[in-house]
Design a protein around this ligand. Structure first.
Ligand code: NAP
Length: 290
């Protein structure tokens, strides 16, 4: 069993980006600039946004964080997005999800200029992905593709089971794995909460991507020998032994599944770090392709 190490691979991606940014600026290019919007003070969202900002600094990007109280009016958020859309210095915009309940997330995401949609959540980005056109690929599935590529994992002709069909993870993941690319060319089964015989489907899978948000859902009896297992899940579970008071858990029962796998991602230290590396890659592309 080998670990697909998000720490090592994300660092390699960031080192490349840092060097590319220096080279780009030496040729007279502008500093790539990511703007993040955070509404409210959800603990996990605070952590994610802080990490994105810190990683921007690490690779030499500029970043801007716009913070709003949870109770702001929709109009105020709309005005902020429009201002960022019109700001020529801003290359990428992300709105940290989830938004407080009174917002319509779909409506808010649709307001982002698709040319700055570095999270890849806009319908135009997803539509272009479906058609195999150049686009901003949603950062988590994009990060997983970078991980598979780095470890040279054979995907062509393999059966991939993706558990979870959200527009930001499971669905784009299933599309990427099915495309005529490397990695790609899988035969993909996309599963969800109404899927019957999920265990039987998983047992047929060469590659399993677990993206449902249920701690230790994928157990050893659902995984065939030598499968590749990618754990997307991030759930905070109360843990008095930790300074923070919680531990981060994935969707895979790592301890018992890992011995059966050829490759597996840990949580933490796997897909989460790759998501940020992919976001930075999209931001660099947004800046340089103008
Ligand atoms: P989501 O929008 O809640 O979608 C969950 C999906 O899982 C849905 O399609 C749901 O099916 C399916 N599902 C739920 N229970 C199931 C079951 N028992 N069997 C089969 N399918 C089931 O979640 P998400 O945004 O995709 O995120 C999924 C997980 O990934 C979460 O833990 C999230 O925190 C994590 N995440 C991690 C990263 C990262 O960077 N590592 C990034 C994004 C998300 P239905 O469609 O039928 O409801």
């Amino acid at each position: 069993m080998k670990i697909l190490d998000g720490k090592v691979v994300s660092q390699a991606v960031k080192d490349d980006l840092k060097a590319s940014t220096v080279a780009w600026k030496e040729k007279g290019g502008k500093t790539p600039h990511l703007a993040a919007i955070l509404v409210g003070s959800d603990g996990a969202s605070e952590t994610y946004v802080a990490s994105k900002i810190k990683n921007c600094e690490e690779v030499g990007f500029k970043s801007t964080l716009l913070r709003f109280e949870a109770g702001i009016e929709e109009q105020e958020l709309i005005a902020a997005i429009e201002q960022l859309n019109n700001d020529a210095d801003v290359d990428g915009i992300l709105v940290q999800l989830p938004l407080p309940k009174h917002f319509n997330e779909e409506k808010v995401i649709n307001l982002i200029d698709p040319e700055k949609d570095v999270d890849g959540f806009h319908p135009i980005s997803l539509g272009r992905l479906v058609q195999g056109l150049p686009t901003f690929v949603s950062a988590t599935p994009y990060g997983i593709m970078l991980l598979l590529k780095h470890y040279n994992i054979e995907t062509a002709g393999k059966h991939a089971v993706v558990i979870g069909r959200s527009n930001i993870v499971g669905r784009p993941m299933s599309i990427l794995l099915s495309q005529n690319t490397n990695p790609g060319n899988c035969t993909v089964t996309l599963c969800h909460s109404k899927t019957q015989n999920l265990k039987d489907l998983c047992l047929q899978a060469d590659i399993i991507v677990a993206a449902l948000g249920k701690v230790s859902f994928l157990t050893a009896d659902m995984v065939k020998e030598n499968a590749v297992v990618i754990d997307v899940g991030i759930t905070r579970v109360a843990d008095a032994t930790k300074k923070s008071g919680f531990a981060i858990k994935g969707d895979v029962d790592f301890e018992n599944v890992a011995p059966k796998c050829s490759y597996i991602t840990p949580v933490p230290g796997g897909v989460g770090l790759m998501t940020i590396a992919a976001l930075l890659t999209n931001t660099f592309a947004a800046c340089t392709r103008k």
